[in-house]
Ligand binder design. Structure first.
Ligand code: SF4
Length: 258
């Protein structure tokens, strides 16, 4: 069974997206091949030497050990956090789909204990998703906007490298999951044309998917949020094309939880 490179394992309150507020056990994978300007977890960009795991749910007390983590050890960490009491196990990152075999093995180890398996992904690796989609209950994918996101391989000139085609192929695979949401992080620099193109393609591919419009939490070089008037206008435009549109900001920063 494939071992995983993990950054951390902990129990908390889901802070964003359609399942916001639910008790969730987070398994954070190491490594990411994007560089979102507003990323609040650059510590996940590289695989980690050591994984930290919470000692008790919500305790903020951590232990550490070396990577990689085999599925049986991950299950032991999760059971130590009261696995059954959670609504979801979220595989997050970083980008979990850089390690599809490890995601599959972790899902197999953690499934059947109560919580559903929830995948949080940047939504660009459709082939990796296809390998594991039968083990995932809910796919929460981002739809990256080129105005604010760069590839690791091309951090300076990523602007103009639209992600739409790749996201649309990914969403087509994700449709096989019981639940699917697509998240657009909106900043003052996000352009109407790229947002409209994303909405059009989501409507074309999976019109019943939940679309989450998330006003950015300012971080790093992104210093401001979009105006309330802009969020209202975008929500109205999206609702003209999709059935399930929600405007949900991140809640964990002001709750003060990880
Ligand atoms: S995909 Fe996620 S982890 Fe990677 S840079 Fe963007 S926000 Fe950060």
């Amino acid at each position: 069974m494939s071992a995983a490179n993990l950054v951390e394992v902990f129990s908390s309150i889901q802070g964003e997206g359609p399942e916001v507020g639910t008790r969730t056990l987070f398994v954070r994978f190491g490594g990411c091949d994007l560089r979102c300007l507003w990323c609040d977890s650059p510590g996940t960009w590289q695989p980690a030497d050591r994984v930290r795991f919470e000692s008790a749910p919500g305790s903020g007390q951590w232990q550490e050990e070396t990577n990689p983590v085999v599925p049986a050890r991950l299950l032991a960490m999760a059971e130590g956090l009261g696995l059954e009491a959670h609504r979801w196990v979220s595989f997050t990152g970083g980008e979990p789909l850089l390690q599809p075999e490890a995601v599959a093995a972790a899902a197999e180890a953690l499934a059947g204990h109560g919580p559903g398996i929830f995948l949080e992904t940047h939504g660009l690796h459709a082939q990796a998703l296809a390998k594991i989609i039968d083990r995932i209950d809910f796919v929460s994918m981002d739809w990256k906007l080129a105005s604010d996101v760069r590839r690791e391989s091309d951090p300076k000139t990523g602007r103009g490298d639209a992600f739409h085609e790749t996201h649309q192929r990914f969403l087509d695979v994700a449709r096989a999951a019981h639940g699917v949401s697509v998240k657009l992080v909106i900043t003052p620099a996000s352009e109407d044309a790229e947002i409209d193109e994303a909405i059009r393609r989501v409507a074309e591919t999976h019109p019943t998917a939940c679309l989450v419009l998330q006003p950015v939490t300012p971080h790093g070089p992104v210093k401001a949020r979009p105006t309330p008037e802009r969020m209202q206008a975008l929500a109205l435009r999206a609702a003209s094309a999709l059935q399930d549109v929600r405007v949900i900001p991140q809640t964990h920063p002001w709750l003060g939880v990880v």
